[in-house]
Write a protein that binds this ligand. Structure first.
Ligand code: ADP
Ligand code: DP6
Ligand code: CO
Length: 325
C-alpha cells in the first residue's frame, strides 16, 4: 500500500484570493494558473497496518504542529473515502520549491500527497476527482493536477462537488517562461489561508476585486488561445496588483512585499521600457515571478540577477500535470 507521486507548482495569473466555505475550501472566484516545470514536490505515502498514527516527514525532517495537522486531517478524508479509517501512513515528501514562501508549495505539496495517498490506499481517481479532492487540502493544488494553463472553476454547489480545475491549454500549447525571483526563502508570517481570510472579512476593496474577475478571466483566456503575450502579461500583472491592494486595505492592514519585491517590480517595468516584454506576478509572499518569452531569456535572467536583494533566479517552462513514479 505504497505509492509515490510528483506534482508541479502552479502560479496563478488570475488569483484565488478568498473562500466562501473555509472547511470545504470553496473559493469566491474562478482562478487561472500556469503549471511550472522548475518547481515540484515528490511525495511517498506508505499505509501500514501496524501504525497507530500518521508520520510526516518533509525534506528529511519530521514535521509536527500545524503542517502535520493539515496532512493528517487531509488523510482522514481519503481514509473515509476508502472506508479504511484505522489505517495510518508514513508520508515522506521533498519540496523542490521553497516551503511557505509564496512559491505555491501548498499547491505541489497537496497535489502530490493526494495522488500518492489515493493510489496507495487503492482508490483509482480521475483527474477531476483528484482535483476536487486535493482542493480540500489547499485550494491552489486543485490546478496542479494539470499541466500548462488550468482554471479552477469555483462551482455553485454547497457541497463543493462542482468546484475543481479544468485544463485550458496543455504545457505544449505555448512556450511562455516564468522566472522565479528568489529574494528570501523565509517562511511567511501570514499564511495564504490567514491572509485571504482577513482580507475577505475586513477589506473594503474586496468587493471591487471580485467584480473585476470575470472580465480578467475572459480576456486572459483569449490571450492564451491567441498566444498574445502582451495581453497575457498586462492582465496578469494588473490582477496581481489588485489582489495585493486588497490586503493593504484590510484591518489590520498587511502586505507580503519587502523592499526588494518593489525593486524587482520596478526593474520589470523598466525592462519593458527597454523593449523587453516582461511582466510580473506575486503570490502570498515577497518573491516575484516574471513572465517572459524564450527569446529574451538571457537578458531577463541577467537583469534580474543584478537587482539588489535577489539571491537566485530559477527559470521555468510550462510544466506537466501530476504523475506517478
Ligand atoms: P505557499 O506559498 O508555499 O503555498 P502556504 O501558506 O499556502 O504557502 O502553504 C504552506 C504550507 O503548505 C506549509 O506550511 C505546509 O503546511 C503545507 N505544505 C507545503 N509543502 C508541503 C508538502 N510537500 N506536503 C504537505 N504539505 C505541505
Ligand atoms: C495568492 O491555495 O495557498 O497564491 O487554500 O488556504 O491552502 P489555501 O490557500 P492557497 O492560496 C493561494 C493564494 C495565492 C493565489 C493563487 O494561487 O491562486
Ligand atoms: Co499556498
Amino acid at each position: 500500500m505504497k505509492a509515490t507521486a510528483k506534482a508541479h507548482t502552479n502560479i496563478a495569473l488570475i488569483k484565488y484570493w478568498g473562500k466562501r466555505n473555509d472547511e470545504l475550501i470553496l473559493p469566491t472566484n474562478n482562478s487561472l494558473s500556469l503549471t511550472l516545470d522548475g518547481f515540484y514536490t515528490t511525495t511517498t505515502v506508505d499505509f501500514q497496518e501496524d501504525l497507530k498514527e500518521d508520520y510526516f516527514e518533509l525534506d528529511g525532517e519530521p514535521v509536527m504542529g500545524e503542517a502535520y495537522k493539515r496532512v493528517t486531517a487531509f488523510l482522514d478524508l481519503i481514509r473515509r473515502m476508502a472506508d479504511k479509517e484505522d489505517l495510518f501512513a508514513r508520508v515522506k515528501s521533498y519540496n523542490q520549491v521553497p516551503t511557505a514562501a509564496g512559491f505555491a508549495s501548498s499547491a505541489s505539496g497537496f497535489a502530490a500527497l493526494t495522488a500518492a495517498a489515493t493510489k496507495a490506499i487503492g482508490l483509482d481517481l480521475s483527474d477531476t476527482e483528484l482535483s476536487r479532492l486535493t482542493r480540500q487540502g489547499s485550494g491552489s493544488s486543485s490546478r496542479s493536477i494539470y499541466g500548462g494553463f488550468a482554471e479552477w472553476e469555483m462551482g455553485e454547489k454547497e457541497d463543493g462537488s462542482d468546484s475543481y480545475a479544468v485544463p485550458i491549454a496543455s504545457e505544449n500549447h505555448w512556450d511562455v517562461r516564468m522566472a522565479g525571483v528568489v529574494l528570501t526563502s523565509k517562511m511567511k508570517k501570514i499564511s495564504s489561508r490567514a491572509g485571504m481570510r482577513r482580507t475577505v472579512e475586513t477589506s473594503p476593496f474586496y468587493e471591487g476585486w471580485l467584480k473585476s474577475i470575470p472580465e480578467d478571466l475572459s480576456q486572459i483566456k483569449k490571450a492564451i488561445s491567441d498566444k498574445d503575450f502582451t495581453r497575457l502579461g498586462e492582465i496578469a500583472e494588473a490582477n496581481c496588483l489588485k489582489m495585493h491592494a486588497t490586503s493593504l486595505a484590510a484591518k489590520p492592514p498587511f502586505t507580503y512585499w519587502i523592499d526588494s519585491t518593489i525593486r524587482v517590480m520596478q526593474q520589470v517595468q523598466e525592462m519593458r521600457e527597454q523593449g523587453i516584454p516582461a511582466y510580473f506576478t506575486i503570490d502570498a509572499g515577497p518573491n516575484v515571478k516574471v513572465l517572459y518569452l524564450p527569446e529574451y531569456e538571457e537578458q531577463v535572467e541577467r537583469i534580474l540577477r543584478e537587482v539588489p536583494g535577489v539571491t537566485d533566479v530559477i527559470l521555468s517552462k510550462p510544466g506537466p500535470g501530476v504523475s506517478y513514479l
